[in-house]
Ligand binder design. Sequence first.
Ligand code: ATP
Ligand code: NI
Length: 313
Amino acid sequence: MNDALTIDDLSVRFLLGRKGKAGVVRAASEVSLTLARGRMLALVGESGCGKSVLTSALLGLLPANAQTRGRAVLHAPGGDVDLCTATERTLAQHIRGRRIGLVPQSAAGHLTPVRTARAQLAETVRLIGPPGTDVDDLAERAGIDPAVLDRYPHELSGGMAQRVAFALAMAGDPDVILADEPTTGLDRPLVDRVVGQLATMADNGKAVLLITHDLAAARRVADDVAVMYAGRIVESGPADEVFADPWHPYTRGLLDALPDGTFTPIPGHPPELTNVPDGCAFCARVDHDDPTCTGDATVFTVGERMIAGHRPC
Ligand SMILES: Nc1ncnc2c1ncn2[C@@H]1O[C@H](COP(=O)(O)OP(=O)(O)OP(=O)(O)O)[C@@H](O)[C@H]1O
Ligand code: NI
């Protein structure tokens, strides 16, 4: 089977105040996604829609006020593991770094300031690397110049720090790579290089999740795309099909906002996740009569494509 991770009806909410008396943040609602080996899935959506919460849920890194429902099953050689119910011990000893690698949002911030890139890579390899992993070889595969390895994090450019973060994520040779906004703060050529590197990982058989609000980057490299709005996946499918013929008005709005679209931003703001409107959260924002809107979160699937809340058109 080629599927590496199956997220099934996953919901995450945060209880505010004691037992949620001060409110409930619906950060992710009934999210279903599949990550397949050899493919890159881009998860796109505006800031605050719940993208990072998903990666935290998959890695067992949610804070104590979080409640999770649903399943996220990692198909590992030793058997399936539900990441939502796995113990911290299992996650720490078998999953994080070894089966699922994380490329963090701010690479430089993730590195220990007082140790060289080489020292940090060597330690990670010693802890989680498969036997025989060679630090120089790992660095080379991540595109790191050997001279750079002996530098301290503050001596690294943003692009180099990002490569070190890639090497760290690959040290345990995980099947699944989660990249959470790995291009934030990088300039265009570097963005291209980073997403290109993730695409290469997918080509080499990894299952890659690229979380980004850079729709243009997602369009260039992703095999599959999922569009998230107010905690829900509103549309997903093969990237070329979705981008060529978006069904959901939110996906169309995101594409129109691009410089090579009509460059018109979507008016208004996404709802606060403590107060997601009943019915279609997107139509509540743009306040128009869309005949395809079902007024709820009904899911339609057609072949490999999925749309929620609106009928396929
Ligand atoms: N510990 C927490 N307690 C309460 N609310 C939280 C907590 N962590 C995150 N949230 C809320 O969950 C929602 C989703 O946050 P998340 O970081 O996943 O968004 P995002 O889509 O990744 O945004 P960005 O693109 O800005 O990273 C936000 O409204 C955020 O305020
Ligand atoms: Ni609608």
